[in-house]
Ligand binder design. Structure first.
Ligand code: SF4
Length: 694
C-alpha cells in the first residue's frame, strides 16, 4: 500500500521517458508531487500508462541531484560550487577564449532528446547563431539517425507515417528490431489488443521477445535472424513479393517512381536474393520467410513497426529503406492501418530531430546549404550563418583527439555511457579544454567536465515534447525548479553572456519563433495546443488541425523512391576468439542508461544488467544461471551475471545497458551506419567465460 497525501492541485503534463508520450495528471500538495495519474483524455495513451511514467518520478527529488553550478580548472581537481553568475560568465568566456585561439569551428554542442522542443531549439540556435558554426548533434545520432536518412530519402520526410490509433485498422503487424511491450509498453499493449482481435503478427528479431508468445497472443511467424542480416532478410521477402506477382503495381505506378521500382524489382528478383539462397546467411528457414512475405503482401492492411534493432547497424539506413521499399511495393503507405512506423526511444527524440539538432539541417529538416532557408534564419537571427554542415558527435570526438576541437556544451546526455566505444569517447573528452555538462546528476561524462550546470526535470518547466507519432504535446510546470532555473533559461543565460541578446520570457515565445521559421509547425502555438490537446505535424495552412496519417494523396517528396539496398556484411566478424554475437536492448522497468530509473523504486525490479545466453552456449562454457561471466570483445571487457535462457538463439547473447557498472559500451565497437554514423550496437563479436566477479 502506498501512502499518499491529499492533493490540492493538479497539472496535465507529458511523461519524460519513452516516445509513446503518455499524458498524466500530476497531483501536488504544495510543492510536493503526490502522484501521477494517467490522463483519460491523453491522445497517445487514452488513460493508460506503464510503471515508469506512473511511478518512476522520485528521481526529481533524489538526494544525489546537483542543485548548484560547479567549475574546476582541470578534471584532476575537486569541484568548486559557484554562483550561477560566475558559472555562466566562466562558460561564455571559455568558449570565446577557445574560439579566439583555435578558430570558430573549434567548439560545438549536443542537444538532448530528454529536453523540450523549445530547449533543443535554443541549444542549436546558440551553436548556429552564437558559436557561428553547425557543430550541433543529438543523441539521435546513436539511435534513430538512420530513420531520418532512410525515410527522408524514400518518402521525403523523416518521421513515422501513422498515429498510434491507426494500429486498430491493421490486419497484419510486422514488428522488426523492436520490443514494444518492454520499450514502448503502452503502445505494446495497444498492439496486443489488436492482435487479440485477430490481426496477424510477424516478428523479425534474434530474440524471442514477449510478443512472439504471451498470453492470448502468438506470432504467426517469428523470424529469428542472425544479428546483422536485416537487409538480406528484407530483400528475401521482397524477392518473394516480386517473383510471386504479389507487388501492387497499380499503387506503384500511381504513387512511386516507376523506373526506380523496375530497377529495384530486377535486383530483388535475382536468384541469389531468394530466401533459399540467403537461408544460411540469415539463419531463417526459407519456407518461413516465404510464408511471412506472403502474409505481409496479401493479408490486408499491413503495418510495420520498428526500433533500434533496425537502425543500430552498419546498414541501419539501408534497412530503413528496405522496409520502405516493402511498404511501397505492397501499397501499404498512405491510409489508416498501414505504414512505416519507427518506435522512437526517448520522449522527445522526434522533437530533437525536428528542431534542427543535426549538423546539416535547420528545423524542419532543411539543409544548411539551402540558401533561401539560410537567409530566413539569418534575417530572424541577425547574423550570417555557416553554409557548411558541421561535425557529428563521433567526428567531434575524432577532431578533439586530433587537437582541433576544444570545447563542447552537452545538455542532458551521458555520452560516456550511451555512446559506443567508451575509450574513444573518453579520449575525445579528455583532449578538450572546456567540457560543459548540463544535467540532473553528476553522470559519467561529468568526470571529464570543467563546468557542471545543474539541469531541471520535466516537472519543473513548461514546454513541449513530440512523440513517435509526430504528436506535439504540452509539458507544464508542476513545481518550481529546485536548481533555480529551467533548462531553457540556462541556455538563454549562456547565450546572453556571449552577447546574443535573447529575451524570451516564456517557452511559448520560443515556440512562436519555431512556428515562424518551420513550415511544418506554422499552426503550432501554445494556444492551439491547449485548444486541440495536441497537434501532429505537419500542422500548417494545408493541415490546420495537424496530420495523423502522412502521404495520403502523394508522398512528401512527390513520388515514392525505391532504393536498391544491397546486403553488405558488417566488418565485425565472429571467429575462434570471439565466436558469439552480442546484441543489446531494454527492459520494462528501466530506462536507457538508468540515470533516472535507478534513482527510483523501480530499481528493485532490475537491480543489475544480466547476460542472456542460450543453454547450449552456457553448457559449453560451464556457465550456470547466476554465475559471474566475463564478456570480452575486440574493444574491451566487462563482467556481469549470466541468465541462461532459450529466448536467445545459440550463438547470440544479449544484455541491457541500464547500469553504469556493466559498462556495456566498453564492449561495443566503432563500426557505424554508412550514411549517418549511427553506431552498430546490435552486433558485437564476443567471447563469454566464467569469472570471479567484478
Ligand atoms: Fe511514459 Fe512510455 Fe510508459 Fe507511457 S509508455 S508512461 S510515455 S514510459
Amino acid at each position: 500500500v502506498v501512502e499518499v497525501g491529499t492533493p490540492d492541485r493538479s497539472v496535465i503534463t507529458t511523461c519524460a521517458y519513452c516516445g509513446v508520450g503518455c499524458t498524466f495528471r500530476a497531483e501536488t500538495r504544495g510543492e510536493e508531487l503526490v502522484r501521477m495519474v494517467p490522463w483519460k483524455d491523453g491522445k497517445a495513451n487514452h488513460g493508460h500508462s506503464c510503471v515508469k511514467g506512473r511511478f518512476a518520478w522520485g528521481y526529481a527529488q533524489h538526494k544525489e541531484r546537483i542543485l548548484n553550478p560547479m567549475i574546476r580548472a582541470s578534471v584532476d581537481e575537486p569541484w568548486r560550487e559557484v554562483s550561477w553568475d560566475e558559472a555562466i560568465a566562466h562558460t561564455a568566456s571559455e568558449f570565446r577564449r577557445i574560439q579566439t585561439k583555435y578558430g570558430v569551428r573549434s567548439i560545438g554542442g549536443i542537444t538532448s532528446s530528454r529536453c523540450t522542443n523549445e530547449e533543443t531549439f535554443l541549444v542549436q540556435k546558440l551553436i548556429r547563431q552564437g558559436f557561428g558554426n553547425n557543430n550541433v548533434d543529438t543523441c539521435a545520432r546513436v539511435c534513430h539517425s538512420p530513420t531520418g536518412y532512410g525515410l527522408k530519402t524514400t518518402f521525403g520526410t523523416s518521421a513515422g507515417t501513422q498515429d498510434f490509433d491507426s494500429v486498430q485498422y491493421a490486419d497484419v503487424i510486422l514488428v522488426i528490431g523492436a520490443n514494444p511491450t518492454d520499450a514502448h509498453p503502452v503502445f505494446g499493449s495497444r498492439m496486443k489488443q489488436r492482435l487479440r482481435e485477430g490481426a496477424k503478427l510477424i516478428v523479425v528479431d534474434p530474440r524471442r521477445i514477449d510478443l512472439v508468445k504471451s498470453p492470448h497472443v502468438a506470432a504467426e511467424h517469428h523470424l529469428p535472424l542472425r544479428p546483422g542480416t536485416n537487409v538480406a532478410l528484407l530483400t528475401a521477402m521482397a524477392h518473394v513479393i516480386v517473383t510471386e506477382g504479389l507487388a501492387n503495381e497499380d499503387y506503384i505506378r500511381a504513387r512511386c517512381e516507376w523506373d526506380e521500382y523496375e530497377d529495384w524489382a530486377a535486383f530483388v528478383s535475382q536468384r541469389e536474393r531468394s530466401p533459399e539462397a540467403t537461408e544460411a546467411l540469415t539463419g531463417v528457414p526459407a519456407a518461413d520467410v516465404r510464408a511471412a512475405a506472403r502474409l505481409y503482401a496479401t493479408g490486408g492492411n499491413a503495418a510495420i513497426y520498428y526500433g533500434l534493432g533496425v537502425t543500430e547497424h552498419s546498414q541501419g539506413s539501408s534497412t530503413v529503406m528496405a522496409i520502405a521499399n516493402l511498404a511501397m511495393a505492397t501499397g501499404n503507405v498512405g491510409r489508416e492501418g498501414v505504414g512505416v512506423n519507427p518506435l522512437r526511444g526517448q520522449n522527445n527524440v522526434q522533437g530533437a530531430c525536428d528542431m534542427g539538432s543535426f549538423p546539416h539541417e535547420f528545423s524542419g529538416y532543411r539543409h544548411v546549404s539551402d540558401e533561401p532557408t539560410r537567409k530566413l534564419f539569418e534575417q530572424a537571427w541577425g547574423v550570417s550563418l555557416d553554409a557548411e554542415p558541421g561535425l557529428r558527435i563521433p567526428n567531434m570526438l575524432d577532431a578533439a583527439t586530433d587537437g582541433v576541437f576544444k570545447g563542447i556544451f552537452i545538455q542532458g546526455e551521458d555520452i560516456l555511457q550511451s555512446d559506443p566505444n567508451t575509450h574513444h569517447v573518453a579520449a575525445g573528452l579528455a583532449a578538450m579544454e572546456c567540457v560543459v555538462v548540463q544535467d540532473l546528476f553528476l553522470n559519467e561524462t561529468a568526470n571529464y567536465a570543467h563546468v557542471f550546470l545543474p539541469g531541471s526535470t520535466f516537472l519543473e518547466k513548461d514546454g513541449t515534447f513530440t512523440n513517435a507519432e509526430r504528436r506535439i504535446q504540452r509539458v507544464r510546470k508542476v513545481m518550481q525548479p529546485l536548481n533555480g532555473y529551467a533548462d531553457w533559461e540556462i541556455v538563454q543565460l549562456v547565450a546572453n553572456a556571449m552577447g546574443l541578446g535573447w529575451s524570451y520570457a516564456h517557452p511559448g515565445e520560443i515556440m512562436d519563433e519555431i512556428a515562424e521559421l518551420t513550415p511544418t509547425f506554422t499552426n503550432v502555438s501554445y494556444d492551439a495546443l491547449d485548444r486541440h490537446g495536441s497537434l501532429q505535424w505537419p500542422a500548417n495552412a494545408a493541415a490546420p488541425d495537424g496530420t495523423p496519417t502522412m502521404h495520403i494523396e502523394g508522398f512528401v517528396r512527390g513520388k515514392g523512391k525505391f532504393v536498391v539496398t544491397d546486403y553488405v556484411p558488417t566488418d565485425e566478424k565472429t571467429g575462434p576468439r570471439f565466436p558469439l554475437l552480442l546484441t543489446t536492448g531494454r527492459i520494462l522497468s528501466q530506462y536507457n542508461v538508468g540515470a533516472q530509473t535507478r534513482r527510483t523504486e523501480n530499481v528493485a525490479w532490475h537491480p543489475e544488467d544480466m547476460l542472456e545466453i542460450h543453454p547450449v552456449d552456457a553448457e559449453n562454457r560451464g556457465v550456470k544461471e547466476g554465475d559471474w561471466v566475463a564478456l570480452k570483445s575486440r574493444a574491451g571487457e566487462t563482467t556481469l551475471r549470466a541468465h541462461v535462457t532459450d529466448r536467445v538463439a545459440p550463438g547470440v547473447v544479449y544484455t541491457t545497458f541500464h547500469h553504469p557498472d556493466t559498462q556495456a559500451n566498453v564492449i561495443t565497437t566503432d563500426y557505424s551506419d554508412w550514411a549517418t554514423n549511427c553506431p552498430e550496437y546490435k552486433v558485437t563479436a564476443v567471447q563469454v567465460g566464467l569469472s570471479n566477479g567484478p
